[in-house]
Design a protein around this ligand. Structure first.
Ligand code: NAG
Ligand code: NAG
Ligand code: NAG
Ligand code: NAG
Ligand code: NAG
Ligand code: NAG
Ligand code: NAG
Ligand code: NAG
Length: 320
């Protein structure tokens, strides 16, 4: 008796799910990879602006072009949920664990400045009169600063989007391409040494340059308080134990169009190898390839706070 296509599809899903669960743990890192940002790759990503959160960035690529103002606003493209960055010690003193991470991406030659950012455990303050960039765009901390062989300028600083309560938090590594050539960027954080390294090289699959363009002390543990260390000023000014991680640009569209080959690996505290972004419903959609399944399973959540005049602080959101 011939089985229906639906049953076959469900059987395939179960097989895939079983295969994934049976896959042995390899390394204790969580990895994320986005070769391009388009309608097919951004289902799992979130977009946050000063007014809106779109959970399911692929919504912005629909032919109907909904929410054009989101694309045109400055904003963030974020991993869904939060990333584990550090764990407090028992006595609340020295952190018990801190995660190292590596991230790399290519910035198109024509791109406007693009930032890799680590935020807090909540969305930036909605309708913040200071905007996502903070009041006056002022930089309070020392900002290490360098230029790589004319390819791109790199600035390391903080995220201003939670001003005035927390004017300088997390990490903000901003890359400005020189306008004529693509730049490949590698950002590596060694949590043991508390050092951040930023490398810039030619795009096109070249290996990472041996020498970093910029090395700076960094500690992400500690909540928004300026930190000093025996080795100097920390570039970041602390974030929550789990935090939103992603990219920022002058318009959300600039991220979609200006960045490709975004990879991120983060030490996993859970000691299990989870391929994030491949949850069961993604597999289901891939297997069924059906718009109906996609519509039924993916809940696209859009929160708009257009009518709110008051700045609104978000509650912490669930962990990834
Ligand atoms: C998305 O996937 C569909 C089906 O494989 C394909 O036809 C379409 O060209 C893809 N879109 C993009 C932007 O890659
Ligand atoms: C947002 O920008 C992307 C990339 O340029 C584009 O493909 C998409 O159609 C835009 N969506 C809207 C709603 O403007
Ligand atoms: C980051 O890359 C370095 C090599 O440059 C490697 O030793 C380290 O294990 C990597 N860490 C993560 C979290 O991927
Ligand atoms: C929010 O972003 C839009 C588009 O960039 C801008 O016009 C508006 O002034 C911003 N609002 C605040 C409160 O920053
Ligand atoms: C911008 O800076 C000026 C001078 O430091 C200050 O008076 C003003 O309040 C700042 N604006 C905001 C929105 O914080
Ligand atoms: C970064 O370097 C440029 C060029 O050397 C300089 O004009 C700028 O003031 C520097 N910025 C900071 C924050 O040090
Ligand atoms: C940009 O970088 C490329 C590659 O290094 C170089 O050939 C070009 O002269 C640079 N342009 C500027 C304006 O610095
Ligand atoms: C990140 O840093 C850049 C360069 O200093 C700045 O222009 C941008 O506004 C910052 N972004 C956020 C979200 O704080």
């Amino acid at each position: 008796m011939a089985r229906s296509p639906q049953l076959t599809a469900i059987a395939l899903v179960l097989l895939c799910a079983a295969a994934i669960m049976a896959a042995p743990a390899k390394e204790d890192v969580d990895s994320y990879s986005f070769p391009v940002f388009n309608a097919n790759t951004t289902d799992v990503l979130w977009v946050a602006t000063n007014k809106t959160v779109v959970q399911g960035a692929s919504l912005l690529f629909q032919p109907e072009r909904p929410f054009p103002e989101v694309n045109a606003s400055d904003g963030f493209l974020l991993l869904p949920g939060q990333v584990d960055l550090w764990r407090a010690g028992d006595d609340g003193g020295v952190p018990a664990r801190e995660a190292s991470f590596n991230t790399s991406f290519t910035v198109e030659s024509s791109a406007t400045p693009v930032s890799f950012v680590i935020l807090l455990d909540k969305f930036p303050t909605f309708n913040n009169p200071a905007g996502l960039r903070g009041a006056n765009g002022s930089n309070t901390g020392a900002v290490p600063n360098a230029t790589a062989d004319g390819l791109a300028a790199v600035e390391v600083g903080t995220v201003k989007s939670y001003a005035p309560e927390s004017p300088d938090v997390g990490l903000n590594v901003t890359v400005t391409p020189n306008g004529t050539a693509e730049a490949a960027v590698w950002i590596e954080y060694d949590a043991v040494a508390h050092l951040l390294h930023v490398y810039v090289g030619a795009a096109g699959g070249e290996p990472r340059p041996a020498k970093a363009l910029l090395d700076t002390p960094l500690s992400l543990a500690g909540q928004g308080t300026p930190q000093t260390s025996p080795i100097g000023f920390f570039a970041g000014q602390g974030t929550t134990q789990t935090a939103l991680v992603g990219l920022f640009a002058g318009t959300v569209r600039d991220i979609f169009d200006g960045v490709r080959d975004w990879d991120l690996t983060v030490d996993s505290f859970d000691g299990k190898n989870k391929k994030k972004g491949t949850s069961w419903w993604v597999i289901l959609i891939a297997v069924l390839g059906s718009v109906v399944a996609a519509a039924a399973i993916v809940s696209l959540v859009v929160w708009c706070f257009v009518s709110r005049r008051r700045a609104r602080t978000m509650e912490p959101i669930p962990k990834l």
